[in-house]
Design a protein around this ligand. Sequence first.
Ligand code: FEO
Length: 394
Amino acid sequence: MPIELAPKVYWVGAIDWDVREFHGYLTEKGSTYNAFLILDDKITLIDTVKKEFLPEMLERISEIVAPERIDYIVSNHVEMDHSGGLPQAMARLQPEKLFCSPLGKAGLSRHYQADWPFVEVKTGQELSLGQRHLLFLETPMLHWPDSMMTLLKEEQVLFSSDGFGAHFASSERFDDQTPDMAAYLHQVKKYYANILMPFGGLITKLFQRIRELNLEFKLIAPDHGLLLRNPAPILSAYQQWAAGEVLPKALVIYDTMWHSTELLARALTEGLMDAGAATIPYRLRLTHYSDIVPDLLDAGLLLFGSPTLNNNMFPSVGEFFTYLQGLKPQNKAAAAFGSYGWSGQAVSLINQVLEVLKFKVVHEGLSVKYRPTPQELAEARALASRLARENLKL
Ligand code: FEO
């Protein structure tokens, strides 16, 4: 049964119930690769799907129109979860033109070594489909340099590529159909935190551009997850995240060898809670880093703990910092802690990383030899309360 999202505009994508990993990020809810068909004088396909899902997409198109009748393809983004099906689609459908951004043309040409009938489009440029028009909006780095969004002007439908989406497989296609919007919004936040967090400044500029162009949307159709008939909550959340707004919330992110750093983590957690901070401790080998960063996105205070292992920080802590350096979190106060046996470098090494991350280091670091004593734990608890009061709006 074709799913019509606006008059003669159809969802023709694919549902990937089984995918559990997307370049290092756990996708426990699966994903969708959304593609869209517009019936107009020029029949137009917006995006394709991951390579192995092309037959599913073509089958959906066949329920509406013979796929070979497609005149135009618009490729909003080069990444292979959207363009993987493009070589087969181009060979079979032989469209008259393939529209993409200039960097999209460069990326697709390079990746697929293909000589396709490219037409480069830029921000503000319009394309007539006959009765209706597409307007293109380049959105570099959301999520790759080539990314763009495409607006079907008359219907006010924004095909937003990776923006405003989530890795979320479901039987429902629209936000107002999902039985659990809170679960969906969590996946939207997880997507933003893991994919778009480094680009908050560009997202803020995108909202400015949308205002300058006086664009309004009745429906936002991302390439992953649900189609948004009520986009306001997600647009508002994006603006807050992009601005780096933080809550009176603290995370204690640590790993432990023989439970001594864990004892410190527990004492610090208690102290943060004593001060009234919303607090979550995360032991790194128990929670995947992609499930920590959604909470980190809007936390104001971060306490990082590691034992010293072979003169270094614990490997899981180092791995987390490697991931975090790519995400460039904003507006964080932070401090380090850890237990050690003899050399004790972990806390100073964490402090160096906190400087690289441009976090506000609010304590020189709490370092305890071997197992912390009851007095040291009481001091750690009091310290955490003080750091919460001084650095969070409680
Ligand atoms: Fe959904 Fe950047 O690809």
